[in-house]
Design a protein around this ligand. Structure first.
Ligand code: ATR
Length: 274
C-alpha cells in the first residue's frame, strides 16, 4: 500500500500541494499518495488523530492551523521552534514531529532559482506576523550584511527583532523608519495584498540591482511587485517558487530524497497563466 500524506487547511479545495507532491513522487519513484483534507476551524486535533488512525505518515499544514500544529507537536525541529509555527508534521511511533520548511523554501528560491545570494546583502523584511517570523532565522543563516524588519505597527517589528537578537542584531521599526536607507533585497511578508492595498514605502528604498520578492503569488504581477517595479526595483518575483521549494523540503523530511523543482514550478506557472 502507498504511504499516505496530506495537507490540512481551511479552506483547502484550491491547494496546489497535492499536484506538487504527486509530481515529486512520480519524478523520484516514491510510492506516495497525497491528499487535500479540510479540517474544521476548531477541529484540527481531531482531524490529525483521525488521519494518524487511518495510517497517515505525515501532513503539511496551512492557514489557519500552523500554530495549532506547533502546539500539537510532541517534538519540534530547531527551525520550527524558532518559527513558532509548524507546516510539516511527521507521525512516527506515537510521536508528532513538527518542522517548518517555509523559511528554507524562501531562501532556496531566492538563492538557487533567482540566483541571488544572501551573503553581504542588505535585506528589508516587510511585515511582523507569522509569515515573517518563519523566515527570519533562515534569512540570517545566509549571512546578510543587515536585516531590517519594517511593519505597520513598529512595536510589533521591534518585538520580533528582539526575539532573534541572539542570532544577529536586527533593526526594526515602522515603514517610515526605513526612510533614507536602501536595500538589495526587499521581501513582502505582509497581508496587505490580500486587502488589495499598497504599502506606504519611502521612495529610494531599492538599491541598484535590488530584488523585490513577494511571498504571495497570483496571476501576473502582485500589487507589491507592481509597486516595487514602479519604485525602481531591478527584479521582481512572486512566492510561487517558495511554494514549490517548501514542498520539496517537506518531501525531503519525509522521504529522504530532495526532488527537483524546476519542472513542477514551470507547470505551476503555466497553470496560473499571466
Ligand atoms: P501572517 O501569518 O500572514 O503573517 P498575520 O500574523 O496576521 O498573518 O500578520 C499579518 C501581517 O501583515 C502583519 O505584519 C500586518 O501588520 P500589523 O502587524 O501592523 O497589523 C500586515 N498587514 C496586514 N494588512 C496590512 C496592510 N493593509 N498594510 C500593511 N500591513 C498589513
Amino acid at each position: 500500500m502507498s504511504d499516505l500524506y496530506c495537507v490540512f487547511g481551511n479552506p483547502i479545495a484550491h491547494s496546489k500541494s497535492p499536484a506538487i507532491h504527486a509530481a515529486f513522487a512520480a519524478a523520484t519513484g516514491q510510492d506516495v499518495v497525497y491528499e487535500a483534507r479540510l479540517a474544521a476551524v476548531d477541529g484540527f486535533k481531531q482531524a490529525i488523530s483521525d488521519f494518524v488512525a487511518a495510517g497517515g505518515k505525515g501532513a503539511n499544514v496551512t492557514v489557519p492551523f500552523k500554530e495549532d500544529a506547533f502546539r500539537l507537536s510532541t517534538q519540534l525541529s530547531e527551525r520550527a521552534a524558532r518559527a513558532g509555527a509548524v507546516n510539516t508534521l511527521t507521525f512516527k511511533g506515537g510521536e508528532i514531529l513538527g518542522d517548518n520548511t517555509d523559511g528554507a523554501g524562501l531562501v532556496n528560491d531566492i538563492i538557487c532559482n533567482l540566483n541571488c545570494p544572501l551573503a553581504g546583502k542588505r535585506i528589508l523584511l516587510l511585515g511582523a506576523g507569522g509569515a515573517s517570523r518563519g523566515v527570519i532565522a533562515p534569512l540570517l543563516a545566509g549571512k546578510p550584511a543587515s536585516l531590517f524588519i519594517a511593519n505597520r505597527s513598529g512595536e510589533k517589528a521591534e518585538a520580533l527583532a528582539a526575539a532573534f537578537a541572539d542570532i544577529a542584531a536586527v533593526d526594526a521599526g515602522n515603514f517610515a523608519k526605513t526612510t533614507g536607507r536602501s536595500f538589495d533585497l526587499v521581501i513582502n511578508a505582509t497581508a496587505a495584498s490580500l486587502a488589495g492595498e499598497g504599502l506606504p514605502l519611502p521612495t529610494c528604498l531599492f538599491a541598484s540591482g535590488a530584488l523585490a520578492y513577494d511571498m504571495m503569488y497570483g496571476k501576473g504581477e502582485t500589487p507589491f511587485m507592481t509597486q516595487a517595479r514602479e519604485q525602481g526595483a531591478a527584479f521582481c518575483a512572486d512566492g510561487l517558487g517558495m511554494l514549490a521549494e517548501q514542498a520539496a523540503e517537506a518531501f525531503l523530511v519525509w522521504r529522504g530524497v530532495r526532488p527537483e523543482t524546476a519542472q513542477v514550478l514551470a507547470d505551476l506557472r503555466a497553470k496560473l497563466g499571466g
